[in-house]
Design a protein around this ligand. Structure first.
Ligand code: NAD
Length: 335
């Protein structure tokens, strides 16, 4: 029986996992796993973490000294784990590589449609008894060019949706997909995708290479007034450059489900607190910015898949089985 410490536990995680297995023993902590909370891992065989836990080399050293031999991620992205240090300290890293990519793609669609048709504004207006259409004029997606950066599982799911809407889809990925080409997606160089897209949607992982892939220079190459959607990772976007581009109206609108400094904010109710992050505060008051707090994955279907795969990861860890969910330095170039 493996003893697993869950970190960043929300009420829905506890409900999902509490009685899900009689093979392993779970303890739930609301706090994130980071250097200051490593002492909580004493006596556990593994830790189960989420997107904003910081699994640095110091954390890996600390948890391995406490006897922990597994980091199980309840997510697909693994940019928050220093893989080289995990190898050094003999800690296995297992993840949930895919859980309803459609859920995130559909959330990107929701953000795109909301921005295009301003339904969030109509909702509030009608509730106030204001039935005027003034300033609600939107635009039709059909026939527009949507650029996708990263056509992996989520990017491909989004391309399939966009194809149904009748958008012209162009994409940038180092490894173009034949299936997407058959669907009608045209692969181009990054600069061409930037300059031709009316809407640009990010679906690549966060790596040293993609960190701030959207910056002052790439923003200046975009079509004036274009929409930017980010449902991938906050650090793909240089927030201060995006704020400048919104101020000059180079960027027409922004919809994000992830934010560069989200770990201090997201997944918490801060409604009675003073928000000290001036960049998100600035973003929140633009009329053409829509922010959701990392909820792309958050459907019942995804949660069930996350649970099933995570339980299997615990089993494979305990029986020392090889796993296709293993994350190691071999998987990425800049480890
Ligand atoms: P994936 O691994 O299936 O696809 C990633 C794609 O990006 C691959 O095709 C890869 O070749 C491409 N890529 C890598 N480096 C690139 C670069 N420099 N330029 C262009 N393309 C590049 O991953 P996925 O399952 O589609 O997930 C994508 C990302 O979505 C994850 O890394 C994660 O950060 C994010 N995500 C967000 C949520 C959410 O709730 N908002 C949920 C799950 C995943």
């Amino acid at each position: 029986m493996a003893r697993i410490a869950f970190f960043s536990t929300q009420p829905y995680d506890r409900k999902l996992f509490e009685n899900a297995s009689d093979k392993h023993e779970f303890e739930f902590f609301e706090t994130r796993l980071r250097e200051q909370t490593v002492n909580l891992t004493q006596g556990f065989d593994g830790v189960c973490v989420f997107v904003n836990d910081k699994i640095t080399k110091e954390v890996l050293q600390g948890i391995s000294e406490n006897g922990v031999k597994l980091v199980a991620l309840r997510c697909a992205g693994f940019n928050n784990v220093e893989l080289r240090a995990a190898e050094k300290y003999g800690v296995r890293v297992l993840r949930v590589p895919a859980y309803s990519p459609e859920a995130v793609a559909e959330h990107a669609l929701a953000l795109m449609m909301t921005q295009a048709r301003k339904t969030h504004k109509s909702y509030n207006r009608v509730r106030d008894g204001n039935f005027s259409l003034v300033k609600l004029n939107g635009f039709t997606i059909h026939g527009k060019t949507v650029g996708i950066i990263g056509t992996g599982k989520i990017g491909q799911a989004f391309c399939r949706i966009l194809s149904g809407i009748g958008a012209n889809i162009i994409a940038y990925d180092k490894y173009p997909s034949d299936d997407m080409k058959k669907l009608g997606v045209e692969y181009k160089e990054l600069d061409d995708v930037l300059s031709e897209s009316n809407i640009l949607s990010l679906h690549c992982p966060l790596t040293p290479e993609t960190h701030h892939i959207i910056n002052a220079q790439t923003l200046s190459k975009m079509k004036k007034g274009a929409m930017l959607i980010n449902t991938s990772r906050g650090k793909l976007v240089d927030t201060s450059a995006v704020i400048d581009a919104l101020k000059t109206e180079q960027l027409g609108s922004l919809a994000i489900d992830v934010y560069e400094e989200e770990e201090k904010l997201f997944f918490r109710d801060l409604s009675e607190k003073i928000i000290r992050d001036d960049q998100i505060s600035r973003l929140m008051i633009f009329p053409n910015v829509l922010i959701t707090a990392h909820q792309g994955f958050f459907t019942q279907e995804s949660l069930n898949e996350i649970m099933q795969t995570t339980l299997k990861n615990f089993d494979d860890f305990e029986s020392e089985k090889e796993s296709s969910n293993e994350v190691s330095c071999q998987l990425i170039k800049d480890c």
